[in-house]
Design a protein around this ligand. Structure first.
Ligand SMILES: [Zn+2]
Length: 121
């Protein structure tokens, strides 16, 4: 049986890491909202190539925004689980998630075994 609970200072450092991540993502999404606006270009001054560029950039901005939104949801879920005292346990098997894993990915919701099982399935 692995050590069941995180040390308070471990939990605290993970909480800070999550809050930092959340703030970064919220800022990113706020600034990204402008980049994802429909492309409006001055027809006179820009050629066809830069128009395609602009559309590609917009698509990239949208994709990275979707990614950021997903990560933000995971981060918020992790913070909620900290508040509820459920943080650090695998959603699938209920085993504690190793601190080594959480320190790399503080919003992990599965232990390594379940994560690997879900990826190889
Ligand atoms: Zn598990």
């Amino acid at each position: 049986m692995p050590k069941p609970e995180l040390e308070p200072e471990q939990l605290e450092s993970l909480r800070i890491a999550l809050e930092t991540r959340r703030d970064e993502l919220e800022k990113l999404l706020k600034s990204g909202a402008d980049a994802a606006e429909p492309v409006t270009l001055d027809q006179q001054s820009v050629g066809r190539v830069s128009r395609i560029d602009a559309i590609q950039q917009q698509q990239m901005a949208r994709a990275s925004q979707q990614q950021a939104t997903q990560t933000l949801q995971q981060v918020q879920l992790a913070l909620r689980r900290i508040a509820d005292g459920e943080y650090g346990y695998c959603l699938h098997c209920g085993d504690p998630i190793a601190y080594a894993r959480l320190s790399v990915q503080p919003f992990a919701t599965l232990c390594l075994d379940c994560q690997e099982a879900s990826e190889t399935r």
